[in-house]
Design a protein around this ligand. Structure first.
Ligand SMILES: O=C(O)CCC(=O)C(=O)O
Ligand SMILES: [Fe+2]
Length: 518
């Protein structure tokens, strides 16, 4: 898969740029190429394509890249007898994204839209704009502060590339397939609007198709009157081939009573606080309207190792589970080594739904590489530093190997505990995780904050910093408030590495308290 790690999309975008440059040279030298390729080369002189890496850091740019391979490039390859001469590439089979990639990137856009409340018309124009949402407690004078945040502008993204009408319709159909009927309805509505605003282009869906899809979505939302009106408009197209099916759908909704009134209501996340904190994590960096807690920032020397250069520590939560942020604990070079070592072992990340079972899931879109301390001096040094900061043993199996992650498109890790469930039996190799030390190995232009949904903390990604938190109390009972998540990456590529520290092997360093609660 390409969509499951942003660095794979970056590579794909670079390959595409090389192919286009090669094709342009071929054309300049008088070579003949299919019309589709010529047109693609021309359209890709738009400044939005000039920096392939930044292009895929935007979720719309990434979706469009996958779509181009899926449709345009696949079409070109069929018509091109001599791909090696023209594109400088012979066998592109390994490069081509799969239908799962395209669907994954559409789902990513839907997830980002949902979590960050993105403005839909702006997405269609290629931009990332967070809709303003007044808090329940807001007073009248906060009205002026409630302005949408145009992140593509704030983060200096390349000029946006718009979605085509067919893309907007396709994304609606992905939402429908996933039974996200609210999103299906709004993307189909936008399809209809764009069809009246823009001049028709090849690949546009038919009007009847869009009206029927709207009827189906409103019907699923139990808004039968509007569903009925859409079916009627579809029937008015006078296409006899479809009239029987439409008649029967219209008949089905005609006498049903609406349950929830006509307005479409945005569904809320099933996770308490998750969206609010993720949004706060984005907006904290863009404007200072988010309430800040009483933070303290101090220089600390957790061991003699830090005698000459103490650590910059920000305490985010003082009671159990304690959460602290350390700045500048890793250098750019070390972060690069960790990314490189992780990437050489990458596999799609999994989750553990029940003991002994690992599965790939939309709740965790990223790739993982496990890096032992013994792999490189840099890894050993970082592990030792974590040991000095925490006062605990970190080497395997008292600690896990480092887990290096690169998130994918809209990549997230939904709220979870790092501590194993109580019923899971512990062994030396699968012991319980008492502390998590999470390094941020990259900058993220927007999104991707680590949030604690019970403790109400959003930690925006700051490159070369690390967050440390407890997963249990001293009696090794899971801390309820340690539940946390990696918010979806909105713009950019997020790399992290974590070191989990186990109970077994640390009994003397972190002895039990006298009570269960301690
Ligand atoms: O990426 C993040 O911010 C959180 C990662 C995390 O919670 C995990 O890997 O267990
Ligand atoms: Fe975690």
């Amino acid at each position: 898969d390409f969509y499951s790690a942003t660095f794979r999309l970056e590579n794909l975008a670079k390959i595409e740029q090389q192919m286009v440059e090669s094709a342009r040279r071929y054309i300049q030298q008088g070579g003949q190429v299919p019309w589709t390729l010529q047109r693609l080369c021309e359209s890709m002189s738009h400044p939005g394509y000039s920096d392939p890496v930044r292009m895929v850091h935007s979720p719309v740019g990434a979706y469009l890249l996958l779509k181009r391979f899926h449709h345009t490039w696949a079409h070109i390859m069929e018509e091109l007898p001599n791909p090696l001469d023209v594109l400088g590439q012979d066998d592109l089979a390994h490069v081509f994204p799969t239908p799962a990639d395209l669907e994954g990137s559409a789902l990513a856009l839907l997830r980002l839209q949902g979590v960050y409340n993105l403005d839909l018309p702006s997405i269609a124009e290629g931009g990332v704009v967070v809709n303003c949402e007044k808090s329940q407690t807001s007073t009248d004078n906060s009205l002026e502060q409630c302005e949408p945040a145009n992140l593509s502008r704030l983060t200096g993204q390349p000029p946006p590339l718009p979605l085509e009408v067919s893309d907007v319709f396709y994304i609606g159909s992905v939402a429908y397939k996933r039974r996200e009927f609210y999103y299906a309805a709004i993307w189909y509505n936008l399809t209809l609007n764009l069809m009246t605003q823009r001049s028709p282009s090849e690949g546009d869906p038919g009007l009847l198709q869009v009206l029927e899809a709207l009827g189906d979505s409103y019907s699923e939302l139990e808004k039968y009157q509007q569903a009925s009106a859409f079916y009627k408009r579809a029937l008015d197209q006078g296409d006899n081939d479809h009239s029987q099916r439409l008649e029967s759908k219209a008949e089905d909704v005609r006498n049903k009573a609406d349950k929830h009134g006509p307005t479409l209501v945005r569904p809320r996340s099933i996770y308490n606080n998750y969206e609010e904190l993720c949004r706060a994590g984005v907006l904290q960096r863009e404007r200072a309207t988010v309430e800040t807690t009483t933070l303290t920032c101090t220089l600390v020397r957790p061991s003699a190792l830090f005698y000459i250069s103490p650590l910059k520590m920000e305490v985010l939560r003082e009671k159990e589970p304690r959460v602290a942020l350390y700045y500048d604990v890793i250098t750019d070079g070390e972060a690069g080594v960790m990314r490189q070592l992780g990437f050489s072992k990458f596999e799609r990340s999994t989750v553990l739904p029940s003991p002994g079972e690992t599965v790939v899931s939309d709740t965790r879109v990223s790739e993982t590489g496990w890096v032992p301390d013994t792999e490189d001096l840099v890894v050993a040094k970082l592990s030792r530093m974590v040991a000095h900061i925490t006062g605990l043993n970190t080497t395997f199996p008292t600690g896990d190997n480092f887990q290096v992650l690169n998130y994918g498109l809209g990549g997230q890790y939904e709220p979870h505990y790092d501590h194993l469930k109580e019923e899971v039996s512990r062994t030396l190799m699968a012991a319980n995780r008492i502390l998590t030390f999470l390094f941020y190995l990259s900058e993220v232009e927007a999104g991707g904050a680590t949030v604690f949904t019970e403790a109400n903390i959003a930690v925006p990604v700051v490159k070369n910093s690390a967050v440390l938190f407890e997963n249990t109390n001293k009696a090794l009972v899971r801390s309820r408030a340690s539940v946390h998540a990696g918010c979806p990456v909105l713009i950019g590529s997020k790399w992290v590495a974590n070191k989990w520290i186990h109970e077994i092997g640390n009994e003397l360093q972190r002895p039990c308290g006298l009570t269960q609660e301690e």
